[in-house]
Design a binder for this molecule. Structure first.
Ligand SMILES: [Zn+2]
Length: 222
């Protein structure tokens, strides 16, 4: 894994940056698909991991969550309005458009549900980061924000690659994986006002070119 900021590491994966998992201090943020268990555990070897938190309970973020909590004996921290889906992944489909690709992701990537140990709400602290409500991509999606060095982990509010082609660049998440695109755009604009210096995505490479970020969000339709 590689260090991106003080106490923040991105786990390596293949293809690189396709499905991102972060270690923030001693908290594992997101857990990839249910096939990601081995790559996560290999990279966490020798590290002190105290908890596992989600940005949102989609199959490519909660897939290995149950396994990680089980194997590492750590609690499962989930945004409040994501908790029902994190405990019962069958509910994920209800909050997404019915589309062959969302059904495919659920069938091939989702991991088992797991009971939530701590519910996260706006303003809560996780490993020195503040929880921010940014719903839209999913009903209870959150971002993690550290003001001291302006690092923002924004999950899937935006993607920094095209999730189908893998080509780098900023995009809104695909409509067929997104509960409410208009609400998601409002969430993106809320994050813009933070003036981050480093933006970390669920999909795509870390972004330090803030002009790109600002111009993209400002160009989003209302
Ligand atoms: Zn995702």
């Amino acid at each position: 894994m590689r260090q991106l900021a003080d106490g923040v590491w991105q786990l390596s994966g293949f293809p690189p940056n396709a499905i991102n998992i972060y270690l923030v201090e001693d908290v594992l943020v997101d857990a990839g698909t249910r096939h990601a268990g081995r790559r996560i555990l290999r990279q966490l070897r020798g590290r002190d991991v105290a908890a596992h938190a989600l940005t949102h309970a989609h199959p490519d973020h909660q897939g290995a969550s149950s396994q990680m909590c089980e194997v590492l004996s750590i609690p499962f921290w989930v945004p409040e309005r994501e908790a029902p889906a994190a405990e019962n992944p069958a509910l994920i489909a209800e909050a997404q458009p019915d589309h062959p690709l969302s059904r495919l992701a659920l069938r091939h990537w989702a991991g088992p549900g797991r009971s939530v140990d701590r519910v996260l709400r706006e303003g809560d602290e996780v490993a020195g980061f503040k929880v921010l409500d940014v719903p839209g991509h999913s009903p209870g999606h959150v971002a993690y924000w550290r003001e001291s060095d302006r690092v923002l982990i924004l999950g899937d509010v935006l993607n920094n690659l095209h999730v189908l082609t893998g080509i780098p660049g900023l995009h809104e998440p695909p409509w067929f994986f997104t509960a409410n695109p208009a609400e998601n755009r409002r969430s993106a604009r809320k994050l813009l006002s933070l003036e981050p210096r480093l933006v970390l995505f669920g999909h795509g490479a870390p972004l330090r070119d803030m002009k790109k970020f600002v111009n993209f969000v400002k160009g989003l339709p209302e």
